[in-house]
Design a protein around this ligand. Structure first.
Ligand code: ADP
Ligand code: SF4
Ligand code: MG
Length: 375
């Protein structure tokens, strides 16, 4: 069977009426000496053109491997991949790199965490931007130069003409990440992944870069998947949020719904660990006790059970399926959801006993003013 070629100048094989991205039951497992690491373990979602999805979870929950699985940027050896990634209606999972080269840059692009590792230290910035313009858009030298200048201006780099002739080390961290964004946007991708794009940057620069990404996403009507460990980062910047834990999406909801009516104790715990402005020195209120599970031998029941203050006996034995909440687009996996009568009862029982069924100590942590009153 011949495969459709997508992307490229003619874009044959794409269906403009199909969803921009439909990810179906993606599994990415790594074979290691110690066993199989289930890094991504059955993730599904769709994303429309121009929409923004936040992917949130602690370090090691599978966010980067999920993004790389969708883009086809995984190591070649000892990886088992299953599932489908439909991009404009065509399944791109497992396409050879020669075909994916039509997709990278011109259809999907990624901004990585550390600008120093994504830029070539020995190539001038101008050359790094124009390379993809020659390759994908077949521009001549003058057009590529003019486009590079316009791109640098659009990402807020002062004196862009001069910057084109500089090397990455001559720029500050924030300016380097702006260059990385310019490179990612050079060929007008319809989907941008931003994987912890500000983690390596100074706190004062972080908000500027996030705001720039949001502005560019809107101006270009580009879809964006913003990956972060911090719920605070995606709060005002995304249409929907998928919360990941131990390789699975445990809650997915439109952003306002997630914040007003979260169902997962894990999402609640993540929210409680955001530094709050109404607390002195942005202190972390509560750190989630324990560590994420071993992905080679995850717990039998709910993967969050060993750390969950709502956990009951059932949680230790039965894995909760992903089910739909009352609000359209809201899904979660939990036997004793936050705010439900069963959840309240489970929490009170554990509070009275001083520990949950899995032994995690439970204390009544007062909600900060900013959270009190949410239903
Ligand atoms: N090449 C690999 N081989 C084995 N395990 C890996 C490999 N790459 C990532 N992992 C594991 O997959 C899990 C998910 O990693 P990652 O997606 O990078 O997490 P996150 O981005 O959420 O911090 C982690 O437990 C990590 O150790
Ligand atoms: S209450 Fe049970 S099912 Fe829900 S998150 Fe906690 S351990 Fe998992
Ligand atoms: Mg990561």
């Amino acid at each position: 069977m011949s495969r459709k070629v997508i992307g490229g100048p003619t874009g044959t094989g794409r269906d403009p009426n199909a969803k921009l991205l439909r990810v179906v039951d993606i599994k990415t497992h790594f074979r290691t000496e110690k066993g199989t690491v289930r890094a991504v373990d059955g993730v599904s979602f769709t994303l429309d053109r121009g929409r923004t999805l936040g992917v949130v979870g602690e370090s090691g929950s599978g966010k980067t491997i999920l993004s790389r699985s969708i883009m086809g940027l995984l190591p070649k050896r000892n990886v088992v991949r299953q599932g489908h990634v439909y991009y404009e209606g065509t399944d791109i999972i497992g396409l050879p790199d020669e075909e994916m080269r039509h997709v990278w840059g011109s259809e999907m692009a990624m901004v990585f965490q550390d600008p120093m590792t994504s830029l070539n230290p020995v190539k001038k910035i101008g050359k790094q931007i124009t390379e993809s313009l020659f390759l994908h858009l077949h521009m001549d030298k003058q057009d590529a130069h003019d486009t590079a200048l316009a791109l640098l201006s659009s990402v807020g780099i002062p004196e862009p003409e001069q910057r084109l002739n500089e090397y990455p080390h001559q720029l500050s961290g924030g300016m380097r990440q702006r260059v990385v964004i310019a490179i990612a946007l050079a060929c007008g991708p319809k989907l941008l992944f931003a994987d912890e794009p500000t983690t390596a940057l100074d706190v004062t620069v972080q908000a500027q870069i996030l705001n720039l990404l949001q502005q560019l996403q809107r101006e270009r009507h580009m879809a964006m998947i913003l990956v972060t460990h911090d719920l605070g980062v995606v709060a005002g910047r995304t249409d929907e949020i998928a919360v990941m834990y131990a390789g699975k999406v445990v809650e997915h909801a439109p952003t306002p719904v997630l914040f007003s009516n979260m169902k997962m104790p894990y999402t609640e715990a993540l929210l409680s660990s955001i530094p709050k402005l109404d607390y002195p020195s942005h202190t972390r209120l509560e750190v989630i006790p324990g560590r994420p599970p071993d992905l080679i031998n995850p717990p039998r029941g709910c993967r969050f059970a060993p750390r969950c203050k709502y956990a009951q006996e059932r949680c230790l034995n039965e894995e909760p399926p992903l089910i739909a909440a009352e609000t359209p687009g809201h899904m979660f996996r939990c036997w004793f959801p936050v705010g439900s009568p069963e959840g309240e009862e489970a929490l009170s029982r554990n509070l009275a006993a001083g520990a949950s069924a899995s032994g995690v100590p439970v204390t009544d942590v007062p909600m900060p003013a900013s959270l009190a009153g949410r239903s």
